[in-house]
Design a protein around this ligand. Structure first.
Ligand code: AMP
Length: 201
């Protein structure tokens, strides 16, 4: 999917704790705005499943719920953002995940005279995140959805990822969205927030 250059750019992030529904909502936003959704977690999982050298390198890290090194992650994202379909917009899901990655992404976008247009912050109470992740573990059997690994991932989110929102809030580009409700209700909230910034499909 490529966003037409006639439309305002839509360079977006979706940020929220694991189990906030950001993957599901991200796909909807991507479809509505004709932008590719780039999920670093999906890229890593696909490589692990396919047994590529990258997959072998990151398998144990993902299974522990730890973060893959910034240099490796940022290089993957830069390569992906350089592809044509991301030229006028993209939605990053799961990246940046810490302040180092924010710096990497800023440097990349600045080198192209580009900038982020909006950051969607999806909020859900911690108990709700845990309940949703536990449900997903039952349904999908992800190796990183065990109770211990979930706790590690949520702790990393709170310690390393939540602070990135302060940086983007200072830039005035964060839209805080209540992530509790039906999928349609949440999608409508996101659409309205983006439309208020002039970002429409
Ligand atoms: P996710 O599906 O976004 O929860 O990602 C699954 C796992 O992939 C994470 O627990 C990390 O091990 C790894 N991962 C995904 N995105 C990143 C990132 N931006 N930086 C470092 N590791 C990541």
């Amino acid at each position: 999917m490529t966003r037409s250059a006639d439309l305002p750019s839509a360079r977006l992030l979706i940020v929220g704790p694991q189990g906030s529904g950001k993957g599901t909502q991200g796909v909807r936003v991507g479809e509505a705005l004709s932008i590719p959704v780039i999920s670093t977690g999906d890229v890593f999982r696909a490589n692990v499943s396919a047994g590529t050298p990258l997959g072998q390198q990151v398998k144990a890290i993902i299974e522990a719920g730890d973060l893959v090194p910034d240099s490796l992650t940022s290089e993957i994202v830069r390569d992906r953002l350089t592809q044509d379909d991301a030229s006028n917009g993209f939605l990053l899901d799961g990246y940046p995940r810490n302040l180092g990655q924010v710096g990497d992404l800023d440097a990349f976008l600045e080198s192209r005279s580009e900038a982020l247009d909006a950051v969607i912050e999806l909020s859900v109470p911690r108990e709700e995140s845990i309940a949703r992740l536990t449900q997903r573990a039952l349904e999908q059997g992800r190796t990183d959805d065990t109770e211990e690994v979930i706790a590690n991932r949520l702790a990393i989110y709170e310690r390393e990822t939540a602070p990135i929102l302060d940086v983007y809030r200072e830039r005035g580009i964060v839209d805080a969205i209540d992530g509790v409700g039906s999928l349609d209700e949440i999608a409508d909230r996101i659409t309205a927030a983006l439309a208020a910034r002039g970002i429409t499909g």
